[in-house]
Design a protein around this ligand. Structure first.
Ligand SMILES: [Zn+2]
Ligand SMILES: [Zn+2]
Length: 89
């Protein structure tokens, strides 16, 4: 599997940084919304400017080189192969 195909698969499932930057999530019901929308189509809650990407960056580790979201235990970025820093005690 080449890097390109792998990355495209990630985007299809919504995990590519480019996709996440265009996506918001309703804070109330979790409905996915487009970046440009201001209200949730499902429950009508007001959506902040925060995108799914911003949200992920707070909760997950991201590659310092390419901003790909990393699995909690990954030692290397799946996108660019950079070594990522784990907090070693
Ligand atoms: Zn909602
Ligand atoms: Zn990377």
């Amino acid at each position: 599997m080449t890097k390109e195909i792998y990355f495209r698969n990630l985007e299809q499932f919504g995990y590519g940084p480019n996709v996440m930057k265009k996506t918001k999530v309703c804070p109330k019901c979790g409905q996915i919304a487009k970046k440009g929308s201001f209200f949730c189509r499902s429950c009508g809650a007001f959506l902040t400017r925060e995108t799914l990407y911003d949200h992920y960056r707070k909760q997950h580790r991201c590659c310092p080189e390419c901003d790909t979201v990393l699995a909690a235990d990954s030692h290397y970025c799946p996108n660019c192969g950079s070594k990522t820093q784990l907090n070693v005690v």
